[in-house]
Design a protein around this ligand. Structure first.
Ligand SMILES: [Fe+2]
Ligand SMILES: [Fe+2]
Length: 172
């Protein structure tokens, strides 16, 4: 039996757009941390970014790969030409997850009052990550989200919301 969506249910595309806005802020914070290395770092911000990288990012990537991207692939017309870009974005998720957990570990140590073992290397990793991730979010905001708002049906949105809720249940 399919549940009727409550009129108060949130639009899952707004939730994804909200996550992108948070990610842009996270990238700015990472830049601030990189600029302050090795001594002028705000430890609270390091801990916040570490948790975002470790928990929020992989969850968001699941939402896109298991929810948004397949739904969009099914609805898009050949002229939309999104297959290649979705494939590219999904492969970026994979490498970003690996980098994110490596950086999160280093930032967590900083957050707990440690000193970076190799500040140059950490700065390099941070810059590489936030520059790439800003581009990633930019393409999703420019290409994927407008097309999703155009093509996904109400039923698709219900499916997406259910998928996202399930991802959160599994993660908790
Ligand atoms: Fe993504
Ligand atoms: Fe995204």
């Amino acid at each position: 039996m399919s549940e009727k969506p409550s009129p108060l249910a949130r639009n899952p595309l707004d939730m994804i757009a909200g996550a992108h806005a948070v990610q842009v802020q996270m990238c700015d914070t990472m830049e601030r941390i990189a600029d302050g290395l090795p001594d002028e770092v705000d430890r609270r911000l390091c801990a916040e970014v570490a948790s975002c990288l470790q928990f929020d990012l992989p969850l968001h990537h699941h939402d896109e790969e298991e929810g948004l991207f397949p739904l969009l692939r099914a609805r898009a017309t050949p002229e939309d030409g999104v297959d290649k870009i979705l494939e590219r974005l999904a492969s970026e998720h994979e490498s970003d997850n690996d980098f994110a957990s490596e950086i999160a570990e280093a930032l967590e140590a900083l957050g707990q009052g440690g000193r970076p073992a190799n500040p140059e290397m950490l700065g390099y990793m941070l810059r590489g990550f936030f520059e790439r991730y800003r581009r990633h979010v930019h393409w999703e905001n420019q290409l994927v989200m407008p097309l999703a708002r155009l093509r996904l049906t109400q039923e698709d949105l219900n499916t997406l919301l259910a998928r996202m809720n399930e991802n959160r249940r599994q993660a908790s």
